[in-house]
Design a protein around this ligand. Structure first.
Ligand code: ADP
Length: 171
């Protein structure tokens, strides 16, 4: 697996964090990761270890899948956090949060989160990337529902994730 924060830090090094549940990572997430990685020197994909949600994949499984599907992206690393995102940002010396927007519904929630994080630390900016229209309907929940009923999730998730979903829901 990739070491967290593998890229060396130089002055002016721009580090961004893409936080989320990634339960599991979809092609929509991966599209945002690829595009965001081009905009920053280093992108940390940070899995939220949220004890109040009941995830399908453990944090370690989600991190392992993310590391596999981003293995061709040298400036992307994978990590996790369990308390406030702003604390993780500070520890990672990152100032930019990347989030994806699919719809107006996403936007309403995201603006609340962005304002809260800015209130907690005014050095932190949230940058939104519009979904690739191909994936505007795609969510981890939809993918899990399809996989649970043995539907075909090809083209919705990377192959490694498809195999992991099939294994999870095997009888
Ligand atoms: P969270 O539980 O934090 O919303 P998710 O894993 O569902 O975590 O999503 C992480 C981020 O990726 C969010 O900003 C979400 O809006 C974005 N995202 C999820 N699916 C897509 C998609 N298909 N296209 C673009 N962005 C997406």
């Amino acid at each position: 697996m990739k070491a967290p924060n593998a890229t060396p830090r130089l002055p002016g090094h721009r580090v961004a964090v893409y936080p989320g549940s990634f339960d599991p990572v979809t092609c929509g997430h991966l599209d945002i990761i690829r595009r965001a990685a081009k905009q920053f020197d280093h992108l940390i994909v940070a899995v939220l270890n949220n004890t109040s949600k009941k995830p399908l994949f453990t944090v370690d499984e989600r991190k392992a899948l993310l590391a596999e599907v981003t293995s061709d992206l040298p400036n992307v690393s994978v990590d996790s956090f369990r308390d406030l995102l702003v604390h993780f940002m500070r520890a990672s010396e990152a100032h930019v949060i990347v989030r994806g927007i699919r719809s107006v519904t996403d936007f309403e929630y995201e603006i609340q989160m962005a304002s809260t994080n800015h209130q907690l630390d005014e050095e932190i900016e949230t940058i939104f990337m519009m979904t690739n229209p191909k994936y505007s309907y795609l969510s981890s929940s939809i993918v899990k529902e399809i996989a649970m009923f043995k539907g075909n999730v090809q083209d919705l998730v990377p192959d490694e994730v498809r195999a992991a979903l099939i294994a999870k829901f095997a009888d």
